[in-house]
Write a protein that binds this ligand. Structure first.
Ligand code: GLA
Length: 731
């Protein structure tokens, strides 16, 4: 059993293969205190770490110094209004206008397996894969019950957490939740830095470190989605962290809307880290006997550097979060017409691309934005989900059938959550857009967001998408979302419920995607948001892959994919070979390098195959072969970050080792060359030190220990932006 409760000391211990997480019930009031998280402990006798007996903080003796105690005790789920002046997780507003909540332990249950979270994405595990704990806490004065939900994935060094709040109705007919975070961990400062990821459109998930100190350091999105700018992930790292050494505590939020995660050292250098839905414009009215379920936080601890955290998250997401049957399958190599044609295409143009692509081994045509309504540019027509027959002469079914005749599958782009002011839908239902009455709502890319929290809007949206999907043999959907939320207002919600709109919106998106998967179980879904603005664990529950970034330049992608792959499996990273000069940065890179970089993700093309240089086109069959040869390994293997161009300014290198240890694929990208007589020695990771490995295509054989401790010699390719794939097999 991965979770135990010691009846006499009232200590809970959650164990995974290499980690322990310990908390316990304090005697005076029944506060739940956090004692320990880190390397595995043999025993649970660590309640001394709660330091409750240390004067002057003696809660069991009197009330005299209660606030001093509350303000520095390590709480498992701190609440607001009672004297813990640090960042806390739960805050309410009663009808009388008060905000205090104080939680005491009531009961608990431990069981094998893991329950689903209603309406929310979450990790899952069978009875032999994880153990769960629910600790019931309560505030009797409010009649509020708070259930802390934990699961320990024993083989994976993962602990997940979430929280459910219930108004028992014994004291308050309704109560307003104004802040419900999902997790908190208090621990002594180990000179921590906070690793987080930030960016913008076309520059997603750039890795950043900041020192944790007094004052809050963190990430936050109040944009209605997980966003390009900040990512719902933080990790506490000890000094001089590397891929293979140092301690890491990773926290990842399984949610696609507003979030916050903060670390702060208090006056005594105790560090509190919290994560959950951002309290910004959040109020949730909980009527008698109603429950509010907060989303899940995934926690990973590694005492062996970043790499162990990365591989743990990859395995967790591949096996316990992504549900799509495609997660275990090689995805069809697609060609997307966005960068090829933008809005200017016709049936004939798409078929010309498909004809050429099919000859070269590409397996699916994806028709991107511009096929519907009056969509000749991005100023109009979102919401008018009927085929534009001026562009698609013969209709959608004709096009799909013709593509199928070429032996290719067909995929389509939607942006179902949006409405353009210049659309039939808006002219008919102007109130369907999220807006504050009496105020002109701001546009972004000339569009508004549909108020999907209204049942009739959700139903209409569903009917529009499903009608199109039923009208032809469509096997893939790219679900886009190209603006963030502002001017929050819903005609559907009472004034005291307007603060529910952000979260209800995310729940509605989840409901729509759930319905899509239920009704079209064989569909391959790829989420997208102006590139990678909704690349988050929540979305992975619905789609096995997410478009990583609109920046398709191979060199820019190195940093974007490094950040993304640190916490997401390569199998989920949408990556395409595009044309040069690159449409985002104007850079010219070799076609081969573009192929090698895209191979680290789902792999596909995004260019006008009828127009690219002959020489590039001729390389496609070879790249197709490369994908078929290596994708099983890339999709299922263990990923190691070997070198980072972000850190060394010269080259990037990553490695994938098959789970059985027999195959190793090294990708080396030389960004800027420099004079050097010798080859570069690249220290590999994750090999068997006793084994020997042969470099395919040569007669070179190396020992595993030499490759790891001395390095694999990689000859400098001549020039900039050059890359190499090196494939080694166990002798
Ligand atoms: C977003 C996507 C692109 C493309 C365009 C279409 O920016 O990320 O890949 O689909 O929308 O408008």
């Amino acid at each position: 059993m991965g979770i135990t409760f010691n009846e006499s000391s009232k200590i809970f211990k959650l164990d995974t293969k290499n980690t322990s997480y310990v908390m316990g019930v304090e005697d005076s009031f029944g506060y739940l205190l956090h004692y320990y998280y880190g390397r595995k402990l043999r025993h649970d006798d660590v309640n001394y770490l709660g330091r409750t007996g240390e004067a002057p903080f003696t809660p069991d003796r009197n009330n005299r110094d209660k606030l001093s105690f509350l303000d520095c005790a390590p709480f498992e789920y701190p609440t607001g209004g009672i004297g813990d002046f640090r960042n806390h997780c739960l805050e309410v507003r009663t009808n009388a206008g008060h905000n205090a909540v104080e939680l005491g332990y009531r009961s608990h249950v431990i069981y094998s397996g893991k329950k689903a979270l209603p309406g929310l994405p979450a990790t899952f595990g069978k009875e032999n894969e994880c153990t769960s704990l629910e600790v019931v806490m309560a505030d009797d004065i409010l009649g509020l019950e708070v259930t802390l939900q934990y699961s320990a994935f024993e083989e994976l060094d993962v602990i997940t957490r979430s929280v459910k709040v219930k108004n028992l109705g014994t004291k308050e007919d309704s109560i307003y939740l104004t802040k419900v975070l999902s997790a908190c961990v208090d621990m002594d400062n180990k000179d921590f830095s906070l690793l987080s990821m930030h960016g913008s459109w076309a520059r997603e998930r750039k890795i950043q470190y900041r020192k944790v100190s007094q004052g809050r350091t963190g990430v936050v999105s109040e944009r209605g989605e997980s966003s390009h700018q900040d990512h719902p992930f933080v990790a506490l790292t000890t000094p001089n962290i590397t891929q293979t050494a140092g301690e890491v505590y990773g926290f990842h939020f399984v949610y696609s809307g507003n979030f916050e995660a903060y670390s702060e050292a208090n006056q005594f250098d105790l560090v509190r880290t919290v994560m959950g839905i951002s309290p910004y414009h959040f109020t949730w009215k909980l009527e008698k006997e109603e429950e509010f379920q907060a989303p899940e936080v995934v926690m990973v601890y590694s005492s062996e550097g970043l790499s162990h955290m990365t591989r743990t998250l990859h395995d967790l997401y591949r096996n316990h979060l992504i549900r799509s049957p495609f997660k275990d399958k090689k995805r069809p190599i697609l060609i997307n017409n966005w960068e090829a044609t933008y809005f200017e295409f016709t049936t004939e143009k798409l078929l010309a691309i498909a004809r050429e692509a099919s000859k070269l081994g590409i397996e699916m045509l994806v028709m991107d934005d511009g096929w519907f309504g009056n969509r000749f540019d991005d100023n109009r027509a979102l919401g008018d989900w009927f085929v534009n027959e001026e562009k698609l002469q013969g209709g959608l079914k004709y096009l799909v059938d013709e593509v199928n005749k070429l032996g290719m599958k067909f995929g389509i782009w939607f942006e179902p959550e949006m409405i353009s002011p210049d659309s039939d839908l808006y002219r008919e239902h102007p109130d369907w857009a999220i807006q504050v009455p009496g105020r002109t709502a701001g546009l972004c890319r000339c569009q508004y967001v549909l108020d999907l929290t209204r049942p009739e809007v959700l139903e209409h949206t569903w009917n529009s998408i499903s009608t199109i999907l039923r009208s032809a043999n469509i096997e893939y959907v790219k679900w886009d979302m190209n603006r963030q939320l502002a001017d929050l207002g819903s005609f559907n919600l009472d004034s005291d419920r307007q603060g529910e709109l952000y979260h209800r919106y995310v729940l509605a998106v989840y409901e729509l995607q759930e319905r899509l998967l239920r009704e079209f179980p064989d569909l391959l879904l790829e989420n997208c948001s102006g590139g990678g603005a909704r690349f988050d664990p929540g979305m992975l529950f619905y789609s096995p892959q997410i478009w990583c970034s609109d920046d398709t330049d191979a060199i820019e992608r190195l940093k974007i994919q490094e950040g993304t792959a640190m916490i997401y499996p390569l199998s989920s990273m949408g990556a395409h070979v595009s044309d040069c000069p690159n449409h985002t940065v104007g850079r010219v890179t070799p076609f081969e390098t573009r192929g090698h970089v895209a191979l680290a993700g789902t792999f596909g093309y995004e260019l006008d195959i009828t127009k690219i240089p002959e020489e590039d086109r001729n390389m496609i069959p070879e790249q197709v072969k490369m994908y078929h040869t290596y994708n099983d390994l890339v999709r299922t293997g263990d990923y190691y970050r070997i070198a980072s161009y972000r850190e060394n300014n010269e080259y990037d290198c990553w490695e994938v080792v098959s789970k059985d240890g027999k195959e190793v694929l090294v990708t080396f990208v030389q960004v800027l060359n420099r004079p050097n007589y010798h080859s570069r020695l690249i220290k590999l990771q994750g090999l068997n030190p006793d084994a020997r490995y042969r470099v395919q295509g040569s007669d070179k054989v190396y020992s595993g220990d030499a490759l790891m401790y001395a390095g694999l010699p990689v000859e400098n390719p001549w020039g900039d932006f050059k890359s190499k794939l090196i494939y080694l097999v166990l002798e």
